[in-house]
Design a protein around this ligand. Structure first.
Ligand code: V47
Length: 383
């Protein structure tokens, strides 16, 4: 079918009882960019099915029926953190109960456990430790590369990069150069939270501010590394803050094209200073996926992170704009400290089943979205 015919057919199929969605639908179907007001209208529309239909249209235009997953392992080297973010149940002050810091050998052993499914990615993030120097993290990565040369290392959020650079009295580009040299292959999307100062002051006052996060991401991309981006929603932010966050990411992506995947993260309040807040509902989670897909027209991928939103909601999200559900994870800590009731990992076959039942075609990917072919205990990546 030609593009013109497809747009015509889609236009005749789109129905909504929310008149505000009609001009937005026209733009989406014509491939035009949505503006701030459109974003707010999508958040406020009661017609979630129409919003989802539009997001699914864009998702299928980009990815057809394919849904991605990977076989990955999380490693959180320390939970000691100088920041006291109200959003967080994971970080702990040095010297308080429940802190841990892995010796390098211990971190490498952790990486090896659960390796039987031939992990293709290590996802490494942790607290802002006041005493661990940059060299600890460089040695950690170098040691992992020596032991697991085929495994992609997605490590350190923009917040950690900025913190480690400041501690080492190095510029961010120089810090990134050393990280790359040690074996960091790309960077995860954490720490973005919500960029709006008013909200950031309350939920994570001690972190770099929104513009520093965005500047660091720019430098990461200029250093030739891909990264992801996240947004923490479902706490004290409003619809305008969410749209503002998405538009700021979209503007950086226009400049660098370095973001691969956007991951909206639902706030889990348990064991945090914000524990009085309610959890997000399934509808909010699904809408967040859909609006992200529609506003972030220059992001290739939208991830429904099953650990955060539950496997059930992640599965439905594959029809509301998401094309990725993340991976096996193996040993998630950040959400589980905040009361997540999902398992700490899933098997490869569980992910395949979730995707297949959603009527999508599961494709195992590596971190850079190259397809992975697997034999019993090893894998090859299509290049
Ligand atoms: O930066 C912390 C969030 C993030 C809580 O890049 C919380 O592929 C909810 O960034 N409730 C870490 N969220 C996780 C993350 C991530 C996860 C999966 C994939 C990728 C990727 C990145 O988790 C933190 C923060 O935004 N977080 N505490 C909490 N109580």
């Amino acid at each position: 079918m030609t593009t013109e015919a497809r747009v015509k057919e889609a236009t005749s199929t789109f129905v909504t009882d929310d008149a505000r969605l009609n001009p937005i639908a026209e733009k989406v179907l014509a491939g035009e960019r949505l503006n701030f007001e459109d974003g707010v209208a999508l958040y406020r529309s009661p017609d979630i099915l129409a919003v989802g239909w539009l997001a699914n249209y864009v998702r299928e235009k980009l990815h057809g029926d394919v849904a991605y997953f990977n076989v990955n392992r999380h490693i959180n080297p320390t939970n000691v953190c100088v920041a006291s973010c109200r959003l967080c149940a994971f970080g702990r002050k040095k010297g308080t109960d429940g802190t841990y810091t892995m010796a390098l050998e211990q971190a490498w052993e952790t990486a090896a456990s659960g390796y039987s499914e031939a992990v293709t990615e290590f996802h490494i993030v942790g607290g802002l430790h006041p005493d661990l120097p940059l060299e600890y993290f460089l040695d950690l990565v170098t040691g992992l590369k020596q032991r697991f040369p085929k495994v992609h290392i997605k490590a350190f959020t923009m917040v950690e990069v900025a913190f480690l650079a400041r501690r080492a009295k190095l510029t961010i580009p120089e810090t990134l150069r050393r990280m790359k040299e040690a074996g960091v292959d790309s960077m995860p999307g954490g720490g973005a939270e919500i960029f709006a100062d008013r909200v950031r002051h309350i939920i994570c006052d001690h972190k770099i501010d929104g513009s520093e996060w965005l500047d660091t991401a720019r430098m990461v991309h200029q250093a030739g590394l891909k990264s992801n981006a996240t947004m923490l929603y479902g706490h004290i932010e409003n619809d305008e803050d969410r749209v503002d966050h998405l538009m700021k990411l979209r503007a950086v992506q226009d400049e660098t094209n370095g973001f691969q995947t956007f991951i909206p993260l639902a706030f889990h309040p348990d064991n945090t200073p914000l524990s009085h807040l309610p959890r997000t509902t399934g509808l909010t989670d699904i809408r967040q996926i859909a609006v992200s897909r529609l506003v972030l027209d220059n992001f290739p991928h939208i991830k429904a992170y099953w650990q955060m939103m539950s496997a059930k909601i992640a599965q439905i999200s594959l029809r509301f704009g998401a094309d990725d559900i993340d991976g096996t994870v193996i040993e998630e800590k950040i959400y589980h400290d905040a009361g997540a009731t999902t398992p700490q990992g899933l098997r490869r076959q569980d992910l395949v089943r979730l995707i297949t039942e959603a009527g999508r075609v599961p494709v195992e990917r590596d971190t850079l979205y190259r397809s992975v072919t697997r034999t019993e205990d090893t894998f090859t990546v299509a290049v």
